[in-house]
Ligand binder design. Structure first.
Ligand SMILES: [Zn+2]
Length: 485
């Protein structure tokens, strides 16, 4: 999809010329004269949108020239947005090939973090999911030719951007797939395919889960014909015997709510109630393909929550992997039941340095934070601060909400150790987090990201087309890169 050249082609239907006030544009005189190009450069620089556009006919070829203004000292995600803008404009013109001129930038802007983020934005915005369309979407960018004399720098940046985006796309593909296709067993198959990235894969089936006592997780899936699984992805890129960091994902492949059935309207959205598991899978893929120098565990609980004669009832009591008993008040508060077992299991078996779980856990978080911030909960200030900080860099933001003993007591059960929801006291997202915290037995540093408002976008953003966002892959990859490698 991406290739390199040092020369401009004679004709091209979409040229993106990266410019700056200090650019010398003599290099592009083969297809546009210096005077016009300088005028366009000035216009791009002064235009609020950051680019100008001209179409011209030369040698009977139609040529679209875009001059994009590249400013200094932008945040990383702003360079990604610039990349997204390039793709957005090419899609408007239905152009499948882009020639991207980096050679026109002054040297001080041809820096690794600028180029790789522009490319991440371009690739990310160019994502298309048309697997089930009989007529394939013509509005895609199939080819990007990068014009630059700095071949090795450009190659490194491209490789990096592709490594990030392959994880993001893995997540988006999983999140977009409907539940009749991506059931827990199929999700397991998709994870097994990642063996080729040198991730080690281990699958726990129902027989094994029953044996080790993951009854909280199993209870969620017992009303479905689709069997439940836990999948473990292991990446050993760090020092031998150094404790791993761990990522834990909620993978409810479809959530009807179970016997506490959801209303019909928008229930179709519950195909993406596995987005936490989707993000963990995509993240592990990115860590593997970019050969991250870290030991990491990804673990996902894959179940389907259905109403059925065998389904779990409100009022049932189950015994979790931790030994704690849970009274199920609402079968639609099921994600936390899956995560409860995974958290205790991960802590006990892998003794990780830290645990970060991701889940489309509560509708209440969308009331609080909309589609701008994930809810962030943590028992560790340093970890929470780090997540918050990298979130701003990647524009995958997370806002910390409190945990507190008084919230915790709202989920005390009368007949069991804990109940899975509180009907009085409000704070639905916080009490869900309190519930999860009860299953961390050894005070391992932990963060919970409630991504219910972040996994899907109903409108195009600057770097993401309508649909699954892949939220969390860039965020957590960056976290690993900056603090744990
Ligand atoms: Zn639910």
């Amino acid at each position: 999809m991406i290739s390199f050249s040092t020369k401009y082609s004679k004709s091209f239907d979409f040229r993106a010329i990266l410019t700056n006030k200090k650019s010398n544009l003599s290099k592009i005189k083969s297809f546009i004269d210096i005077k016009s190009s300088n005028e366009l450069k000035v216009k791009a620089y002064n235009n609020k949108a950051g680019f100008t556009f001209v179409s011209e006919i030369k040698n009977n070829k139609f040529s679209n020239l875009f001059f994009f203004n590249v400013k200094e000292n932008l945040k990383d995600f702003e360079y990604q947005e610039l990349g997204g803008l390039i793709i957005q404009e090419s899609l408007k013109l239905k152009k499948e090939s882009i020639e991207l001129s980096i050679d026109t930038l002054p040297n001080f802007l041809v820096k690794e973090n600028i180029i790789k983020n522009i490319l991440i934005g371009m690739i990310s915005r160019g994502y298309v999911f048309d697997n089930y369309k009989s007529k394939k979407n013509v509005k895609t960018v199939k080819k990007i030719i990068i014009i630059s004399s700095k071949k090795s720098l450009i190659k490194n940046c491209t490789k990096y951007a592709l490594n990030i985006c392959t994880g993001v796309f893995q997540t988006r593909d999983l999140v977009t797939a409907p539940a009749n296709i991506l059931n827990p067993a199929q999700f397991v198959n998709e994870i097994k395919k990642l063996k080729k990235t040198r991730l080690k894969i281990e699958i726990l089936d129902e027989k094994k889960l029953r044996k080790i006592g993951m009854h909280a997780l199993l209870g969620v899936g017992q009303g479905s014909n689709n069997k439940s699984y836990v999948a473990i992805m292991k990446w050993d890129g760090g020092k031998k015997n150094s404790r791993p960091i761990s990522f834990i994902g909620k993978g409810v492949c479809f959530d009807t709510g179970g016997i506490s059935l959801k209303p019909a309207r928008f229930m179709e959205e519950m195909k993406y109630d596995m987005a936490g598991a989707g993000t963990v899978t995509g993240l592990m893929k990115t860590l593997a393909v970019r050969n991250a120098k870290v030991n990491a565990i990804g673990i996902v609980g894959l179940v389907e929550n259905m109403p059925d004669g065998n389904a779990q009832r409100p009022g049932d009591v189950v015994k979790s992997y931790s030994g704690k008993t849970i009274e199920i008040f609402n079968t639609d508060a099921e994600g936390r039941l899956v995560l409860a077992d995974l958290l205790t299991y991960t802590e006990k078996r892998f003794k990780p340095k830290l645990m970060i779980n991701l889940a489309t856990l509560t509708g209440a978080i969308i009331i609080s934070l909309g589609n701008e911030f994930a809810g962030l909960f943590s028992n560790n200030d340093q970890l929470a601060e780090r997540i918050n900080k990298v979130g701003y860099k990647e524009n995958e933001k997370a806002w910390r909400l409190p945990l507190n003993q008084n919230f915790d007591s709202l989920i005390d059960s009368q007949i069991a150790d804990v109940q899975n929801i509180n009907y009085s006291g409000g704070a639905g997202s916080i009490t869900a987090a309190q519930f999860l915290q009860r299953f961390i037995l050894k005070k391992t540093p932990w963060a919970h990201l409630d991504i219910a408002g972040m996994a899907w976008t109903k409108k195009n953003t600057k770097t993401i087309p309508v649909g699954a966002t892949g939220y969390g892959v860039k965020l957590l990859n960056r976290l690993v890169e900056e603090y744990y490698e």
